[in-house]
Design a binder for this molecule. Structure first.
Ligand code: IMP
Length: 417
């Protein structure tokens, strides 16, 4: 199938970047369809680790075209810096990357607005990445945003930027520094407007020619504003269905790869039924190097919540699962998986505000003492590791066709199931 959608099934940080990078050879393009500089996709190549925030992950493979869809919000200054850093590391993307002219831009004033909102929320703060993502989507849907195509007219762009600076006058953090950031924003946005293009038509053309395109999601299903743990969510849609909308495609056949971590993590606030605030949680964090790729914040860790994962698999219509970080579970004497909840109003799982009332009920599976990091053969996995994978696929309702066993791009087991 020419279109493959790679989507996160949890609260982000499932390892989508690595999975996309692994799958990219053999496809013609990788198209990012959600989020912006809040994302951090880490890929470990032979030349070292690369963290991508806005550039599609598959572009680390030479010759692969990149697209950024209309549903993304772009920080132009950070984007140019990322492109330059990639170029210095031998991964030039200019000339291969096209951005939808309809994608909205993140102005520096948005970060100030967001910081003020978070302060006002006090103990109910979302714990955002601080990248101005929420205000960018608020402006988009309030029909007052700045789109990449607007940036081609420099003087109109300057007027829009000046109007935002005026709005911000008197806010904490406004002043000469903000004015300098706004000037940088104008320069960068104007330069990036040269990449504006009709992404939908280009991708439709490739698919019609039978060229494979990978649609790369950001964040994860449980952070989706419609279907996630609202209000502790991000502001852009991040489910597989939103790939069509963002990239300008009609709903059509696609292979949907849901990326699931072998345990659970979350950054920022919000309900997390299986969170472990104990040495086991600390051990998962240490072994999984669970610190935010964008903000450096320690991630909250816990056992796999298979109830939520089954929900995400169904919601995204997953054809298959890519199970990541299985190696991190090596050495735990037993592995627990949440397979139901108790204490639910009406006894039915609720995925919004009601989730905080859920108490997880676990099944316990045998652990495996072996270090399986870097293992690339299914048959060489210890039987309890294989049993865990089979348990997950049976419970969640989709085959696990990829198992990631380490940070390197090729530390992957492919299964023909
Ligand atoms: P925002 O997207 O910066 O508005 O943050 C909203 C929520 O989504 C916060 O809990 C963030 O920590 C979380 N979030 C946003 N992007 C990511 C990501 O790429 N990985 C994990 N969490 C994220």
């Amino acid at each position: 199938m020419p279109l493959r959608i790679v989507v996160g099934l949890g609260w982000g940080d499932e390892g989508k970047g690595k999975v996309v990078d692994h799958l990219a050879p053999g496809s013609g393009a990788v198209a990012r369809f959600s989020g912006g500089a809040n994302a951090g996709h880490t890929v470990k190549t032979d030349g070292g680790s690369v963290v991508l925030h806005q550039v599609p992950s598959g572009m680390l493979r030479p010759g692969i075209a990149g697209f950024i869809g209309a549903g993304c919000v772009l920080d132009p200054v950070a984007m140019l810096a990322e492109m330059e850093a990639l170029s210095d590391a031998g991964h030039a993307v200019r000339g291969r990357l096209r951005v939808s002219g309809s994608a909205h831009l993140v102005h520096p004033v948005y970060r100030l607005v967001e910081a003020e909102e978070e302060l006002r929320r006090g103990s109910r703060a979302i714990g955002t990445t601080g990248r101005g993502i929420g205000p960018a989507y608020v402006r988009k849907f309030g029909r007052t945003g700045i789109r990449l195509e607007d940036a081609a007219d420099r003087s109109a762009l300057e007027s829009m930027s000046d109007a935002l600076l005026e709005e911000a006058a008197g806010m904490p953090g406004s002043g000469p520094d903000l004015a300098n950031q706004a000037a940088e924003f104008v320069d960068a946005a104007f330069e990036l407007s040269g990449l504006a293009s009709d992404v939908g038509s280009a991708i439709r053309g490739m698919l019609a020619d039978g060229v494979c395109v990978i649609a790369e999601g950001a964040q994860g299903t449980l952070l989706d504003p419609d279907h996630g743990t609202y209000p502790f969510v991000t502001s852009g849609s991040c489910t597989a269905a939103s790939a069509f909308q963002s990239l300008g495609l009609g709903p059509g056949p696609a292979l949907v790869t849901g990326v699931m971590k072998a345990y659970s993590t979350r950054v920022g606030a919000g309900p997390f039924p299986t969170e472990l605030d104990d040495p086991t949680g600390g051990e998962l964090r240490r072994k999984g190097r669970e610190y935010g790729a964008t903000t450096g914040r320690p991630r909250r860790c816990g056992w796999l919540d298979a109830v939520l994962m089954r929900y995400s698999v169904a919601l995204n219509g997953c054809s298959e699962i890519a199970l990541t970080l299985l190696d991190v579970l090596g050495g735990f004497p037993e592995i627990r998986v949440c397979t139901s909840y108790e204490g639910l109003p009406g006894g039915r799982p609720v995925f919004g505000r009601g989730l905080s009332a859920c108490r997880p009920v676990y099944e316990t599976l045998p652990g495996f003492p072996e270090d399986i990091s870097g293992e690339r053969s299914w048959d060489a996995l210890p039987p309890p590791a294989r049993r865990y994978v089979e348990f997950v696929e049976r419970f969640c309702g989709a085959p696990v066709r990829l198992v990631s066993t380490g940070p390197h791009r090729d530390d992957v087991i492919r299964r023909d199931v």
